[in-house]
Design a protein around this ligand. Structure first.
Ligand code: HEC
Ligand code: HEC
Ligand code: HEC
Ligand code: HEC
Ligand code: HEC
Ligand code: HEC
Ligand code: HEC
Ligand code: HEC
Ligand code: HEC
Ligand code: HEC
Length: 321
């Protein structure tokens, strides 16, 4: 019962835990990159054009303008031309074609560098985003708009308008599901792992990829939020943090010595099933001892992550019941 209550409390406080468990010193450091210090304003400039105001845009882009008014940017009074550039030449051209495409900024038709430059003209110093130039996604020429929907369609919408929401379902759940699906559409391997019998509850939308990864980058490998994998795991699995009087060396080294991060066909998300897992490092069991050969070493060695309970023969054999 107590366990269940703990688990419940755990889910309830999950977001809090995450925020509070990431001390400032562990946050990925800003990449030492002169790129982020560059002036991005050139990416919003359109030579010879002047601003005409959002009312003009709404004349021809009525639906889009209406949708935009419900977005986070509109609420911050960011206007059309701060992203699309000054519109006078585009308005004069009366449309958009191959010939007139340099008269307005289209995120579709611009290279990733140019399109992202527009966003970075304001966000180069935003929390997380300042890691952009150190991340795998920048290196792969992803656009900000591959994940963020500015005008508020359903997919990939991050913290925006939440229109896709089903009534009755708490919004945090629905947006987490959207976030995960957006990551999974490109990450086939993780998509398959999320469907394995034992997995972190990604599909169930109890957690999201961005609980562990910063999609914008960061100094830690694999775009992870913390460079020390165990610290990352402890943000949610604090019960294994110790310190224990008797430590099992591989646990201190890395949880990934025994577990996979996303999903596995083996119980408890083990990378290799028992007893093979243990036999990678320990020779076959108990020379001379007449114990039955079982498939789960942890039937007896039940505190495999560490314990304070010593064993009669010295040290600890990680048996505490
Ligand atoms: C006189 C009508 C008119 C006005 C005013 C107008 N546009 Fe357009 N715009 C068009 C037409 C027509 C197209 C091409 C069809 C489309 O994509 O909707 C277009 C296309 C665009 C595109 C390119 C879409 C793509 O394919 O990626 C953007 C961006 C855009 N307009 C932004 C603006 C902004 C910002 C304003 C206000 C400064 C504005 N427009 C004002 C008529 C107009
Ligand atoms: C914060 C930046 C930002 C602001 C502000 C903004 N847009 Fe956009 N707009 C974008 C991005 C990014 C896209 C590309 C969306 C995509 O590829 O999914 C886009 C796409 C468009 C398109 C093409 C859409 C299509 O699907 O054909 C038009 C037209 C457009 N915007 C007009 C406007 C108008 C009008 C306003 C003001 C009411 C505005 N935008 C405000 C970033 C912005
Ligand atoms: C003219 C400045 C400006 C530009 C250009 C701009 N933004 Fe923003 N953006 C803001 C401000 C201001 C906020 C609200 C404060 C904050 O969260 O930093 C914001 C918020 C956001 C948020 C958080 C939204 C939320 O719901 O909390 C995202 C995501 C975002 N912007 C993405 C983008 C992307 C992607 C682009 C390029 C297509 C872009 N921005 C271009 C100024 C800008
Ligand atoms: C691979 C997907 C992805 C790409 C590409 C991406 N983002 Fe994000 N972004 C996210 C996710 C997911 C979040 C929400 C993170 C969270 O809730 O922990 C987010 C959050 C944000 C926020 C809000 C940050 C905050 O702490 O409130 C801003 C601003 C932002 N992104 C801007 C950008 C800009 C600018 C770019 C392009 C240079 C970009 N993003 C590229 C996925 C992406
Ligand atoms: C519980 C934390 C956690 C969650 C949640 C998580 N990851 Fe990971 N991810 C990791 C760790 C840890 C690694 C490093 C694995 C390694 O070193 O073997 C990693 C590695 C990766 C890699 C690079 C290595 C590879 O196998 O290609 C990708 C891509 C990735 N994750 C994508 C995702 C996506 C997409 C999601 C959401 C569906 C996600 N991750 C959810 C912890 C997590
Ligand atoms: C538009 C496609 C696309 C989307 C959407 C996308 N990614 Fe990626 N991601 C890539 C590509 C391409 C790579 C580089 C190749 C690889 O490692 O798989 C990559 C690499 C990664 C890596 C590995 C980083 C490394 O150092 O090797 C992680 C982790 C990751 N993505 C997480 C995410 C998360 C989390 C999301 C959702 C917020 C996401 N991705 C959304 C295309 C995408
Ligand atoms: C954001 C919180 C969070 C982080 C960070 C996290 N986990 Fe989990 N983990 C969970 C949740 C939630 C479950 C599912 C609990 C349940 O369903 O009983 C879980 C389950 C597990 C399980 C049991 C799986 C099973 O099938 O029984 C293992 C093993 C595990 N996590 C290992 C790790 C490792 C290793 C890391 C670090 C790479 C990690 N976790 C990071 C939240 C997290
Ligand atoms: C030496 C291998 C090994 C290492 C290293 C290891 N584990 Fe485990 N872990 C196991 C085994 C074996 C089980 C299954 C225990 C059982 O059969 O009852 C397990 C089970 C779990 C479970 C699911 C059981 C539960 O309590 O819900 C979680 C969560 C977990 N480990 C987290 C971690 C974390 C976090 C780390 C890193 C600090 C870690 N493990 C390191 C072997 C390991
Ligand atoms: C990656 C290697 C590795 C894996 C996998 C591993 N161990 Fe260990 N284990 C060690 C090391 C190193 C020690 C400390 C040195 C020693 O005493 O052998 C240790 C110590 C132990 C001890 C105490 C031994 C003693 O003499 O005091 C027990 C019991 C034990 N492990 C059981 C297990 C079980 C059960 C598993 C599988 C769930 C397992 N180990 C998986 C490396 C590993
Ligand atoms: C039926 C219970 C039981 C099972 C199952 C079991 N062990 Fe043990 N194990 C023990 C006991 C009892 C000790 C001795 C404890 C002591 O000395 O105080 C021990 C000791 C050990 C030691 C310390 C060195 C030694 O040989 O005494 C290692 C390593 C170990 N076990 C590994 C394993 C591995 C690997 C498995 C799975 C293949 C496993 N055990 C399965 C009960 C068990």
């Amino acid at each position: 019962m107590r366990r269940r209550a703990l688990l419940l409390a755990f889910f309830f406080f999950l977001p809090l835990l995450l925020i509070s468990a990431l001390p400032a010193k562990d946050k990925p450091k800003t990449a030492k990159s002169d790129k982020i210090g560059q002036d991005f304003s050139k990416f919003v400039e359109i030579a010879g054009a002047e601003k005409v105001g959002a009312d003009q845009c709404a004349q021809c882009h009525a639906d889009l303008s209406k949708g935009f008014h419900r977005s986070a940017h509109s609420m911050q009074e960011v206007a059309c031309e701060q992203c699309h550039g000054a519109g006078s030449l585009h308005v004069a051209a009366g449309g958009y074609s191959a010939a007139s495409k340099d008269k307005i900024i289209s995120f579709r038709d611009r290279s990733a560098e140019q399109a992202n430059g527009v966003c970075l003209s304001c966000h180069s110093k935003s929390e997380h985003v300042r890691n952009w130039f150190s991340g795998a996604h920048q290196a792969q020429d992803l656009k900000c708009s591959d994940c963020h929907t500015i005008h508020g369609e359903a997919h990939g919408e991050m913290r925006g308008g939440f229109q896709g929401e089903t009534p009755g379902i708490p919004r945090a759940i629905d947006s987490r599901r959207q976030l995960n699906e957006n990551c999974l559409r490109c990450h086939q391997k993780q998509s398959a792992e999320a469907d394995l019998p034992y997995h972190h509850p990604i599909r169930e939308a109890k957690m999201s990829c961005s609980d562990c990864h910063d999609p914008h980058g960061g100094s830690a490998g694999n775009n992870l939020k913390l460079s020390n994998t165990n610290e990352l795991c402890f943000t949610c699995h604090a019960e294994y943090q110790g310190p224990f009087t008797f430590q099992h060396p591989p646990v201190n080294e890395s949880c990934l010595k025994c577990h996979s991060a996303h999903g596995s066909p083996n119980q408890n998300m083990l990378s290799v099933s028992q007893p093979a897992l243990c036999l990678q490092c320990h020779s076959a069991h108990h020379n001379g001892a007449s114990l039955p050969l079982v498939d789960r070493c942890t039937n007896c060695h039940n505190s495999i992550h560490g314990t304070d309970i010593p064993s009669a023969t010295g040290g600890s054999k990680f048996i505490d019941k």
